[in-house]
Each structure stands twice: as structure tokens, then as C-alpha cells.
Design a binder for this molecule. Structure first.
Ligand SMILES: *Cc1c(COP(=O)(O)O)cnc(C)c1O
Length: 426
């Protein structure tokens, strides 16, 4: 499917007059429509809820849009929990799916009433010692080990992943938690990332539903929800076929009716913790071409770098690029599109065929709405960009300002040398 930016060239030219590039831009209309489609696709399940994976896009304005669409949030750390709490999410609408969890984070999660999703058997004791009790509602993360396959093709390798309880530990864990006072149980698993197939959720659901039935039979646990977690992917490449959330919802419904309903478990809620699927396509990184370089290859240097979007440098991930205003021209130039880090993997694209780029052209790097800005860092003293929301009425709202040198230096405040430097400069 041809990738078109969700913003027009005219809109973008207006925005850059006010906010200099680079910045991440988000599409409110797209976010809302997608969130509502997800809700509709799972509306057959009475308790369905999406807990948005905050780590994908930890911006309160964007999370608030999802909140308005009925989503909760899934947090992986204390600061993410603080963000959820600041947005007045109810405790039951906050999932805390962490791993290698520090004691104070469990304590904080319990203080705000979040649902705790344990990553490990030993965390049962750790949690009890930390917060002084076992919560009434508790969830455990499952790792089946081995490889995860969908009709003979290997999707991922859970046996090598650090997450979750083994099957044996899960049965033992449910018994132990029950003994210690847990009343309501959840099961969670995340077995493959960025899946571009409608089969992932139904396959995972079948595994978890069958497990839930056995857990209920053998431990007597009152299972209230099954959390299919994240992993529904998006087509980063034009030639990829996007997932159809209605087909996915229907696939999960079929398995639910086959496995859960006959076991008398037709009141169990389905939860999801999607990140990429909720936001990925509805964000883009806008950057300006500021240099061209002709050596052994043709380079276009832009004002964004891997600090703003790490996925290409880190995973060799593909992100589609549109040269604004030139989308209908032939792609007869082969470029490496680079950032300014002293790091040769700081390239948004390698050997990419694009229309001829001129200095000053605006480039839109697609699908940066999830795991984009949030993975940013400050290498080379580079500062994080602004985030801007393209609202439904077409206007632009700054939803996070760009970092300034003061932000960069803020954590040195305790050192006298900085004060000395300041007074010398004054
Ligand atoms: C990262 C993560 C998610 C979201 O994953 P996506 O691939 O963005 O859907 C959900 N749950 C947990 C526990 C995660 O770590």
C-alpha cells in the first residue's frame, strides 16, 4: 500500500514556520479512528480493554486521547506509573508489566492500586516482603519456552527471552498466590514482536486459553482476564500487507468460543497491551535536508539524527521516507540519509531510491509514532526534539517542547563547577 504522509505539504510549511525541525508529529484523527476500531473488533468480549503500552509513546497528551477512547495504560517503570497516575487513570485501568522490578516500583504500583503483572516466580515472595501482602488481583506472565510458531514458521524464540514464568512455575505460582490471599487472577504472555499477520493473536490466544482452562481446573484459581499483551505489528514497508484488526478480533473470538465457553469461562475478559499498533503509523519524524555530500556515495544530511529515532541505527529497521512536494517524481537518486552523530550507523536510510533532494527539502520519516521519540537519548550532546499534535481540525499543538541546553545540563546542578562556569559567563 502506498504510504502517504498524514499531513499535507501546506500544513507542514505552516507548522515549520512556528516550530523548527526536527520534530515528531502525531495524527489525532488516525489515533482515534484506530483506537475505536480496536475496541469495536473486540466488542464481543464484555470486559475487553486495551492497556496502552506507555513505553511506546510516553506523552500525556497522546495517552489522554487514548483514555478518551476507553483505553487504560500499561506501565513498565515508576515514572510511567507516575504519568498514568497524573492522568487520573483508575488503578484497575493501570497494568504494571515490569521485569527485574525494583522494590520501590512494586510499592508505588500498589500505592496507586495498579494491577501487578508478575514476571517471575521469585517475585511472589519479593512482592509480599516489599508491600506486606499479596494483592487481591494479580497477574502472572507466562513463557512457554522453545520457539513460537505459526503454522510452521518460527515467529520468535521465547526460550531465549528473559521474561515470564515457566509452565510449571505458573501452576505452582497460582497455588502459592492463592494460599497467600490472591482472589482474582490474570495470565499474560508476549511471544512475538511486530507481527504482520492476522494469525498472531488467535494463535497466542489459543495457547493462553487452553492454559487458563487447565490452571482453573488444577489450582481452582478464579481467572478474570487474559492479557494478549503487545506484538501486533504495522507495515513499515509499502509492500507489506497491514493487519486487519477485525479479522484478528474475530480470530480470537473463534478460539474463545472453542476453548473458553465450553469450560464455563465465558466471563473472562480479554486485555491487550498494544503499543506499536496504537501509535506507530500515527507519528512521523519531520526533518530538513541541510547538507548534501558527494564522496564514494551520495549522502543527504538532515537535522534529525538517531537520537530522535533509534530504530534504523539499532535494528537496521526500515522506515519509509517521503520527500515533501516531490512524491510524484521518479525515484532516480540513490541516497544514504544521515544524521549528524559521530557514529556511522546514524543513517535513516541506506541506498534508498528517492526523488532528487535539494537542501531545504522537508523529509517525512514515516511510522515513528511508537518506539520513536521514546527510545531517544542524548549521545553527542544532542537534544531531544519537540512533539507536535496535528489535531482533528488541522491545527497544530505543541505537546512537548524541544530540550534546551539547560535541560541537558540540569543533572549537573549539584556540582560547583557548573555554578563556577555560570558565574564566569555572566
Ligand atoms: C513493549 C511492550 C508492549 C507493547 O509492545 P508493542 O510491540 O509496541 O505492541 C506490551 N507489553 C509489554 C509487557 C511490553 O514490554
Amino acid at each position: 500500500m502506498k504510504k502517504e504522509p498524514f499531513v499535507t505539504q501546506e500544513q507542514l510549511q505552516e507548522i515549520v514556520k512556528k516550530y523548527p525541525t526536527p520534530f515528531h508529529l502525531y495524527d489525532e484523527k488516525g489515533i482515534r479512528a484506530n483506537a475505536l476500531a480496536l475496541k469495536k473488533a473486540f466488542s464481543w468480549n464484555k470486559g475487553f480493554k486495551e492497556y496502552f503500552a506507555v513505553k511506546a509513546t510516553p506523552n500525556p497528551f497522546l495517552i489522554n486521547i487514548l483514555k478518551e477512547c476507553g483505553c487504560g495504560c500499561d506501565c513498565s517503570s515508576k515514572t510511567e506509573l507516575m504519568l498514568a497516575d497524573a492522568l487520573h487513570f483508575d488503578g484497575k485501568d493501570i497494568m504494571f508489566s515490569s521485569n527485574t522490578t525494583p522494590a520501590e516500583e512494586f510499592q508505588y504500583a500498589d500505592d496507586i492500586g495498579a494491577i501487578i503483572n508478575l514476571d517471575d516466580f521469585t517475585h511472589i515472595d519479593f512482592l509480599e516482603k516489599t508491600i506486606g501482602h499479596i494483592p487481591e488481583t494479580i497477574s502472572c506472565r507466562y513463557n512457554p519456552g522453545g520457539v513460537f510458531k505459526i503454522s510452521n514458521s518460527i515467529m520468535d524464540n521465547p526460550g531465549d527471552a528473559k521474561y515470564g514464568f515457566t509452565e510449571e512455575q505458573l501452576f505452582e505460582g497460582f497455588r502459592l498466590l492463592k494460599e497467600k490471599g490472591a482472589k482474582y487472577f490474570g495470565i499474560h504472555a508476549f511471544l512475538a514482536s511486530n507481527t504482520v499477520t492476522n494469525e498472531y493473536y488467535p494463535t497466542l490466544a489459543k495457547t493462553l486459553f487452553e492454559l487458563a482452562v487447565r490452571l482453573k481446573e488444577e489450582t481452582g484459581a478464579d481467572i478474570r482476564f487474559i492479557n494478549l499483551s503487545g506484538g501486533i505489528g504495522i507495515p513499515y514497508r509499502q509492500e507489506e500487507e497491514p493487519n486487519d484488526i477485525y479479522v484478528i478480533g474475530e480470530g480470537v473470538r473463534k478460539v474463545y468460543e472453542e476453548v473458553m465457553v465450553p469450560a464455563g469461562m465465558s466471563d473472562v475478559a480479554i486485555y491487550t497491551e498494544l503499543g506499536r499498533f496504537m501509535m506507530g503509523p500515527y507519528g512521523c519524524l519531520v526533518t530538513t535536508a541541510i547538507h548534501e555530500k558527494h564522496t564514494y556515495k551520495e549522502y543527504i544530511g538532515c537535522d534529525a539524527c538517531a537520537v530522535n529515532l533509534m530504530r534504523p541505527a539499532m535494528y537496521g529497521a526500515y522506515h519509509h521516507i517521503t520527500v515533501m512536494g516531490k512524491d510524484n517524481r521518479v525515484c532516480d537518486h540513490k541516497y544514504d540519509i544521515t544524521g549528524s552523530l559521530c557514529e556511522n550507523n546514524d543513517k535513516f536510510a541506506i541506498d534508498r531510491m528517492l526523488p532528487k533532494i535539494d537542501i531545504g527539502d522537508l523529509l517525512v520519516i514515516h511510522d515513528t509514532g511508537a518506539h520513536g521519540f521514546s527510545m531517544g537519548y542524548n549521545y553527542n550532546g544532542k537534544l531531544k526534539s519537540a512533539e507536535i499534535l496535528l489535531k482533528e481540525d488541522g491545527s497544530a499543538q505543541l505537546i512537548r517542547r524541544a530540550e534546551t541546553p539547560e535541560d541537558y545540563f540540569a543533572t549537573f546542578d549539584c556540582f560547583d563547577i557548573l555554578k563556577d562556569l555560570r558565574s564566569t559567563n555572566d
